[in-house]
Design a protein around this ligand. Structure first.
Ligand SMILES: Cc1cc2nc3c(=O)[nH]c(=O)nc-3n(C[C@H](O)[C@H](O)[C@H](O)COP(=O)(O)OP(=O)(O)OC[C@H]3O[C@@H](n4cnc5c(N)ncnc54)[C@H](O)[C@@H]3O)c2cc1C
Length: 395
């Protein structure tokens, strides 16, 4: 009996033909980001990952040049694209590495969005144009060593001293922390939680990188220490009162992850197909074994469903906006399934799957962080549960 390898009728990463649901502008943006990632990230990312470093400044300038940073915001040097186009850019970035997408998410959806939505006109004019070009990098300090899922209990304080604010506290796990020019920091005041714009050079501000990470190694993650950090009254974000401020930013970033995780899944799926087609065991490509084909079929199905879900949420966000529970549905499903696809791909690659010669273990390890940050999968399940039952089960 001869074994024939059948060519798929359409692109293997688009068996559902989702491509035809995108308009020309969306395809052009997607292709531009894919090209820049192919040139500036893919050739180097395994090395960055192994070394545990990211040339954040050079990369930010490169990504700013193609207009990805804060691309969905209006004005102040940003392009004001649709949410769907921004999502597609996140997908292409995360297909290379979740760390690179994290750089862009934190810059655009957390730091720039906070300044854009809640900042004064002076804040916007001072920071946004330079952040859009990548000349200035931003970070977002919400999490603390003892307060992650429950930021309401944060211990960082901002107290009035004459006309100034004085901040004290520690922020933990802050992406872009030590390379940032500006930090958006959330703190308790006598009037509840407020946001502050902290230029990185301010006396009393230190950022130290978290070492020994096994995940998101091509990403800067830092601890921020604020010690008697004095800011003028104008440093407060005037439009943010209470936790609604930071949660509004997190919803933006989570939306990018809904698409981004699909990119990591696509990269794994394509790697699995390529490897299975050329790896020979028992005198035939392992792609010819039924068990391998069942894995590939399941991965393709989950990948396609995740892509359609992301696109649906993108279209809904552009047309009507999204409720937090809708974003939670997308993040919960797409990160979970991307991680499953990465793990299954690793089994198809056998021992080769554990090396950095292939992107698979890197994606799988990265997705462990993505599963946890911007709300853990458990917190998203509880958000969905609350929307369904009306009962809050968080506490
Ligand atoms: C690489 C990386 C980058 C990050 N970047 C940033 C950043 O830029 N800015 C920032 O502010 N933060 C950042 N974070 C922090 C991230 O948002 C937090 O890690 C996340 O919110 C979870 O908090 P935690 O790690 O303290 O876990 P915890 O809140 O301690 O949770 C531990 C476990 O308990 C579960 N749990 C907690 N409460 C409940 C509950 N009520 N019911 C059921 N289960 C519960 C959680 O789901 C989880 O499984 C980053 C984290 C990582 C890993």
């Amino acid at each position: 009996m001869t074994t024939r390898r059948l060519r798929p009728p359409v692109a293997p990463d688009d068996l559902l033909d989702v491509d035809h649901l995108l308009d020309d502008e969306e395809k052009a943006i997607r292709d531009t980001v894919r090209d820049v990632v192919t040139d500036t990230v893919r050739p180097h990312v395994a090395g960055w990952y192994e070394a545990g470093e990211l040339p954040a400044r050079e990369l930010a300038l490169e990504l700013g040049r193609v207009g990805v940073l804060g691309m969905h915001l209006e004005g102040y040097g940003s392009a004001g694209t649709s949410a769907t186009a921004y999502g597609l850019a996140c997908l292409e970035l995360e297909a290379a590495d979740s760390g690179v997408r994290s750089l862009v998410s934190v810059q655009g959806s957390l730091a720039m969005h906070a300044l854009h939505a809640y900042g004064s006109e002076d804040h916007r004019r001072e920071w946004l144009p330079r952040m859009a070009t990548g000349e200035a990098i931003g970070c977002f300090g919400l999490t603390e060593p003892d307060h992650g899922s429950d930021p309401a209990g944060m211990r960082t304080t901002a107290r009035r001293d004459g006309g100034d604010w004085v901040l004290d506290g520690t922020k933990m796990w802050i992406t872009n922390g030590s390379v940032a020019d500006v930090a958006v920091v959330w703190a308790q005041t006598d009037d509840g939680i407020r946001g502050f714009v902290v230029p990185a050079g301010t006396s009393g501000f230190t950022a130290t990188d978290v070492r020994h990470k096994m995940s998101l190694r091509a990403s800067v993650t830092s601890e921020l220490v604020l010690e008697g950090l004095r800011l003028p009254a104008s440093a407060e974000l005037p439009g943010a009162q209470g936790l609604k401020g930071p949660l509004g930013c997190l919803n933006e970033a989570r939306f990018g992850i809904v698409f981004g995780a699909v990119g990591a899944a696509r990269d794994c799926l394509l790697t699995a197909l390529d490897y299975a087609g050329s790896r020979v065991q028992f005198d035939r490509p392992i792609s010819g074994f039924q068990l391998t084909q069942a894995k590939l079929a399941d991965m393709t199905l989950e990948y396609g469903k995740a892509l359609l879900l992301a696109l649906h949420l993108g279209r809904a966000k552009d047309a009507r906006g999204l409720a937090p529970a809708q974003v939670s549905l997308g993040k919960l499903n797409n990160v979970r399934e991307a991680l499953e696809i990465a793990r299954t791909t690793r089994t198809i690659l056998g021992a080769n799957g554990i090396t950095l010669d292939y992107p698979v273990m890197r994606h799988a390890n990265n997705l462990e962080s993505v599963l946890t940050y911007e709300g853990t999968s458990e917190m998203h399940a509880l958000t969905i549960g609350q929307a369904l039952t009306g009962v809050q089960a968080f506490r």
